[in-house]
Each structure stands twice: as structure tokens, then as C-alpha cells.
Design a binder for this molecule. Structure first.
Ligand code: 16C
Ligand code: ATP
Ligand code: CA
Length: 476
């Protein structure tokens, strides 16, 4: 039918809305409505505004921290050009702080920020900036509630404010695992519509002293060594991880020690599942607290593994490891689209402990390559994976305070055998822990998972429609 010209309908209003685009991206579109009477137009606008104001999940006032030096140093530009106009359109007011040094955002959140006036906090940066937000907010919440962070057994109080991430970093692994893509516009729209995604947080302790929190990867051996080497090559930008990854792969160091862990036996699902943690995940909705008929019984000996034993519900494994990784979420990122532990859950109160034992370089390469293909990286004789609630690691050789000082001065310590034979190519005694991209000073650590300690402005990765199955709109 022919459309009447807009002159016949002199009054109009425009509604902006979210449209799903390709590969988990969201875009802002708009539609303009025309009408004959000004009063009617005004009534529509008023009603829509009232409906939107009544949605309590939508933030109205946000505190934004921008790291001007994250990733490719585009944080400020990304925020001003892509995000701020959308916040204005959605009537969200903001207080913006451009950080002046590392830990600026963490310390401001922990001690100074007047959090009561905000509906959420947002960081523009990468995983390191997100980690600052987590540390600031979690520490502040514990302090306000009189909880001692130094006690590894302490139950932590969940944070009420949600955290938004506008990706502008090198890895953006948190964004990938919670949104499915590192796209600033998509993340801004998830904040605007007021999404909420709970997330687990691991606390890391050494000798009853709190060290750090982790939300993605705690990695000893390979990923610790990659990070330690890459820190000396910051000038290379994001490419430093590939360079240090290649170098660390060639050095092929293994580390001796004991891993003890408390298996998560009261849950449905395993790290080898084919199902994935997606928006509205059934397992996370139940805090991972599902009883499984198939849950393995804890027995006191394991006939398959000669170097493992059980002690009071804890399983103890001694060995030589190329890598010990704890993935609290999938850790999906462009380098590994399915992640270190593809079936890990964002909010089930567990972490997937992956043990890669000493093997040949060729086998380790096969294992690494499987992170980039559809093949199962755990289906190898030298790899095992356990879904756990707590774990400890103790290196075989004890670390003295003077050795810790040496480590901090950048020197590498070699094991007793190596010190006796300086010319041999033995592995050093200790690696470092990569804790969400930060190096930890201690090799001996104790880790506990705190179920759903924080919330993000996200909804988990949405299942993608299978376009081939939909009727072709042109043909109908
Ligand atoms: C042959 C190709 C195999 C590729 C296998 C790739 C697996 C990559 C898995 C990446 C997991 C990232 C987990 C995220 C950790 C974040 O909390 C943290 C903070 O942003 N990022 C890093 O620590 C940054 C860590 C970055 C680690 C990059 C490791 C790159 C390994 C390259 C190995 C090359 C071997 C080549 C042999 C010919
Ligand atoms: N103004 C600043 N100057 C220097 N460093 C800062 C500043 N603000 C934040 N940082 C630090 O920069 C580090 C990296 O930031 P961010 O996570 O945003 O980027 P990234 O490129 O993803 O990180 P990475 O380089 O660690 O992968 C963070 O650990 C953060 O503490
Ligand atoms: Ca988890």
C-alpha cells in the first residue's frame, strides 16, 4: 500500500532498540513513529519513558574507570566515540576517571569512592583492569562487613554493585567468556539493558596471608613462565604473548610438586561435558548445587594412579608437571576460541584443575594445538582434569625467604640437582603462578572458590540462531 507522506504526519518520535548482529554482537538501531497529533505523540513518549524508568535493573548512574594504556592504548577514544554517546542516549549519567597509574582504580574503589550513589562500576580496559575492579570491590565489601580476607576458610560477602567491562585490552578473556565477543558497543548495550551475570571468584592464600583474587586462569608452569617472560617485553604489545609462548614452549621446563584438591562431588556435570555454560545456564542458576547420581564415590586409594592418594576427602597427587592450570571459567579468547576448559561454568562455585604432566615437546604441542581445534585437549594420557572446590600446591623444594627475594630480583632458581650440575639442562625448581595475568610471588598457594561473589553487566554467551534452519525472508 502506498505510504502517506510524512508531511501529513507532522509529529514524530524515535525509539532506539537493541538488535542482534553477527557473532554475538549487539547493535543499536532505531525506528521513527509519525503521528497526526502532538498530544498523542507526547503521550507515547511519556509512557515509554515511564516504562523504562520502572525497570529497576537498568543502571542510571555509573562510575567509569578508563585505562589509557591498556591493550593498543585506545581506551579513551573507544569510550568517547563508541560508548559515551550510547550512555547519553539511554539517559545514564556517569562520573569518569582516567587512571593515572596501575592500581589507581583498585585503590579508589577500595577506599575513596562513594559507592552508594552508583548503580554499577565500569572499566574500560582489559583483564588487568577488570581484576583491579574485582580487588577494589571485593576488598571494600569485606572491610565494610568486617570479614578478614587473610583467613582462607572465611566465607566472603558477595558484592552488590555490578561490574561492566568495555573491552580495550590485550586478551579480553573475561569479555569473551561472559559476552562471547570483545566488542565495546555490545558491552555498552549489555550495561544499558541492565543485564546481570554472577561469577565465581577464587581467593589465593599463602600461609594464611591473602595474596590475590582470580576469576579466570591460575596457571603454574607453562602459563606462569609465558607471563613472566612477556612482562619483560611489554613494548611488543599484545604480540608479546605469542613470542613468549613460543620461547617458553621451546624451553620445555617441568616442575615438581604436590597438588592436593577437594573434588566437587555434589554437582551435575564434569569438565569433559559436551554442554557449555551459556546464557541462563541451568547449572549456574542452581549455584552448581545439584546432586548427581553419577558423582564418583570417594575411595581411599585409586588403583589407576600410583602417585595419588586420598586424605579426608582431599586427593593428593605428586608429580612432575609442565603446567598446572585452574580455569574458573572457559578462558575462551581469540587464541583459543573454546578456551582452556571449554565446559567450565561462570558461576557454579568450582574451578577446573588441569594437570599436564611431563611429556615430550611433540606431545605438549599436540595438547596446545587442540585448544584451537574441535579435538579434546584432555583426551591425552599425560593430561588430567578435575572439577574442584579448593586446591593447594606445594613445590617439591621449599622456598625460603631469601629465595623469594632473589625471585623478585629477577633471578631464576634451579633445583638441588641443577645446582650440583650447573651445566645440565634441568628445569628450574620453581615457576610462577599466573593469576589472571599477574605474577604471584609465592609458588606454594592455597585456593578456594567463592560461588557467585560478584556480578557483571552481562548475561553469558547467547546461543546463536542457526541461520540455515530459518526460512529465507526474501523467499516467503
Ligand atoms: C600452536 C598454537 C597453540 C596455541 C594454544 C593457545 C592456548 C591459549 C590459551 C590462552 C588462555 C588464556 C587464558 C587467559 C588468561 C588471562 O587471565 C590473562 C590476563 O589477560 N592472560 C594471560 O595471562 C595471557 C596468556 C597468554 C598465553 C598465550 C600462550 C600462547 C602459546 C603459544 C604457544 C606456541 C607454541 C608454538 C610451537 C611451534
Ligand atoms: N594509568 C595507568 N598507567 C599504567 N598502568 C595502568 C594504568 N591504569 C591501569 N594500569 C594497569 O595496566 C595493566 C594492563 O591493563 P589492561 O588490563 O587494561 O590492559 P591489557 O592490555 O589487557 O592488559 P595486559 O597488557 O596485562 O594484557 C593493568 O594491570 C592495570 O593495573
Ligand atoms: Ca566456575
Amino acid at each position: 500500500m502506498p505510504q502517506k507522506s510524512t508531511e501529513a504526519y507532522p509529529y514524530a518520535f524515535t525509539v532506539s532498540y537493541v538488535e542482534r548482529a553477527w557473532q554475538h554482537r549487539w547493535r543499536c538501531s532505531d525506528v521513527t513513529f509519525h503521528c497526526l497529533e502532538g498530544a498523542l505523540c507526547q503521550q507515547w513518549v511519556q509512557t515509554i519513558r515511564e516504562q523504562l524508568t520502572a525497570l529497576t535493573s537498568r543502571p542510571k548512574h555509573l562510575l567509569v574507570y578508563i585505562n589509557p594504556y591498556g591493550g593498543k592504548q585506545q581506551g579513551e577514544r573507544i569510550y568517547e566515540q563508541k560508548v559515551a554517546p550510547l550512555f547519553t542516549l539511554a539517559s545514564i549519567s556517569t562520573d569518569v576517571i582516567v587512571t593515572e597509574h596501575a592500581n589507581h582504580a583498585r585503590d579508589h574503589l577500595r577506599t575513596e569512592a562513594e559507592l552508594k550513589q552508583y548503580d554499577g562500576v565500569v572499566c574500560v580496559g582489559g583483564d588487568g583492569m577488570f581484576s583491579e575492579m574485582v580487588h577494589g570491590l571485593v576488598s571494600r565489601t569485606q572491610r565494610d562487613n568486617g570479614v578478614d580476607q587473610n583467613s582462607p576458610e572465611e566465607k566472603l560477602v558477595p558484592c552488590t554493585l555490578r561490574i561492566g567491562i568495555i573491552p580495550a585490552g590485550s586478551t579480553d578473556c573475561i569479555c569473551y567468556a561472559t559476552v562471547g565477543i570483545n566488542d565495546p558497543v555490545t558491552s555498552a548495550l549489555h550495561i544499558i539493558v541492565g543485564d546481570a551475570q554472577p561469577m565465581d571468584v577464587c581467593s589465593v592464600h599463602h600461609n594464611n596471608t591473602f595474596l590475590r583474587y582470580s576469576v579466570s586462569l591460575l596457571g603454574y608452569g607453562f602459563y606462569g613462565d609465558v607471563l613472566a617472560d612477556s612482562e619483560r617485553k611489554r613494548w611488543m604489545g599484545p604480540a608479546r604473548y605469542d613470542f613468549s609462548g613460543f620461547k617458553t614452549f621451546l624451553t620445555h621446563h617441568y616442575y615438581e610438586g604436590t597438588v592436593s584438591f577437594l573434588p566437587a562431588t555434589d554437582i551435575l556435570g564434569t569438565p569433559r561435558d559436551k554442554t557449555r555454560c551459556r546464557a541462563g545456564c541451568f547449572i549456574c542458576q542452581h549455584n552448581g548445587q545439584l546432586y548427581s547420581e553419577d558423582a564418583p564415590e570417594i575411595c581411599e586409594t585409586d588403583p589407576d594412579v600410583s602417585d595419588s592418594e586420598y586424605k579426608g576427602g582431599w586427593r593428593v597427587i605428586r608429580g612432575k608437571f609442565l603446567a598446572i592450570n585452574a580455569a574458573s571459567m572457559s578462558c575462551a579468547c581469540p587464541r583459543s576460541p573454546k578456551g582452556l576448559s571449554p565446559a567450565a561454568h561462570l558461576a557454579d562455585g568450582t574451578t577446573d584443575l588441569i594437570l599436564v604432566r611431563k611429556c615430550s615437546r611433540f606431545n605438549f604441542l599436540r595438547h596446545l594445538l587442540r585448544h584451537t581445534s574441535k579435538y579434546d585437549q584432555f583426551d591425552m594420557t599425560f593430561v588430567e582434569v578435575h572439577r574442584v572446590r579448593r586446591f593447594r600446591f606445594t613445590p617439591r623444594y621449599c622456598q625460603s625467604d631469601s629465595e623469594l627475594d632473589l625471585r623478585e630480583n629477577g633471578k631464576r632458581l634451579f633445583s638441588q640437582i641443577c645446582r650440583d650440575h650447573p651445566a645440565c639442562s634441568c628445569s628450574p625448581a620453581y615457576s610462577s603462578w599466573n593469576c589472571d595475568g599477574e605474577i604471584l610471588p609465592h609458588a606454594a598457594i592455597e585456593v578456594g572458590v567463592h560461588c557467585q561473589l560478584i556480578k557483571l553487566f552481562a548475561r553469558g554467551i547467547e546461543e546463536q540462531p542457526v541461520f540455515e534452519d530459518l526460512p529465507n525472508p526474501c523467499a516467503v
